[in-house]
Design a protein. Structure first.
Length: 260
């Protein structure tokens, strides 16, 4: 584990690294941050916490300071995925941020450390360990259901976010008025349609940047006017520049489904 590592799944991003200092930011993902052996500092709009393991709700303003030589794991999870719904319901129903008990995370961290000691490790190995950890974390909780009309438009937005699909077109697909769709989408998803489109574009761009290491190309292919536009949007969401993620990192692609 000499290098920092990223593991990207559609709608999810995992980072294993040392040291992190972000600006105040908020994004659509549910975020889990777990350190190997030292606490880190996290601030919200109302409090400052010293924690080792924490889960943060989507759209919750916060910043993080992880000191040098403090290795940590960061998971960003789509709140619309099955595990995202379960985690939100189990841990975040009445709080935007919640500490996790160390006994829930230590086993996962130790397994991950063991696998990544081998330079020949595969994304499938990391996927399996992470999947098992999230399944255990969400055990005995049934996920809530997203309104079927919103389920009809979500794939259209995800597949065509770079085209910026119009509200009228989306409302026709789910047989709702434009005003009703706008209201229902925000209620079910947690953010307005336009912000969700932007989120999908950001996730697309960072995946393409992982693959090509060309931010300009990745930004334009994902619907941004240019790399600076993508950089500003990414920093607002994640509190640091995309180049901070990409440089000196070992990139590993991995995929899992949402059937938890």
């Amino acid at each position: 584990m000499e290098k920092n590592c990223f593991f990207f799944w559609p709608g999810k991003l995992m980072y294993v690294g040392t040291a992190m200092d972000t600006d105040v930011h908020q994004h659509h993902a549910i975020q889990l941050i777990m350190t190997f052996n030292k606490p880190f500092t996290m601030k919200t709009t109302t409090k400052e916490l010293k924690v080792m393991d924490v889960i943060i709700d989507s759209n919750q303003p916060h910043n993080c300071h992880v000191s040098e030589n403090t290795r940590f794991i960061l998971l960003n999870i789509d709140p619309l995925s099955e595990i995202g719904k379960i985690l939100k319901q189990k841990f975040l129903f009445n709080s935007g941020i919640r500490k996790l008990h160390r006994d829930k995370t230590k086993k996962f961290i130790n397994k991950l450390k063991l696998v990544m000691k081998n330079n020949e490790f595969t994304s499938e190995e990391v996927t399996k360990i992470t999947f098992q950890f999230l399944a255990e974390l969400g055990r005995n909780t049934v996920s809530s259901k997203t309104d079927s009309r919103i389920e009809m438009v979500l794939p259209v937005i995800r597949n065509r976010a770079f085209e910026n699909p119009g509200i009228k077109e989306l409302s026709e697909i789910c047989h709702l008025s434009s005003g009703r769709l706008i209201h229902l989408f925000t209620k079910e998803v947690g953010i307005p349609i336009r912000r969700y489109v932007l989120w999908i574009r950001v996730m697309s761009a960072i995946q393409k940047a992982f693959e090509s290491h060309n931010l300009q190309e990745a930004a334009i292919d994902s619907g941004f006017s240019d790399a600076p536009h993508f950089n500003r949007t990414f920093k607002k969401m994640f509190g640091l520049a995309p180049t901070d993620i990409l440089k000196n990192s070992q990139i590993v692609q991995g995929y899992w489904n949402n059937n938890i």
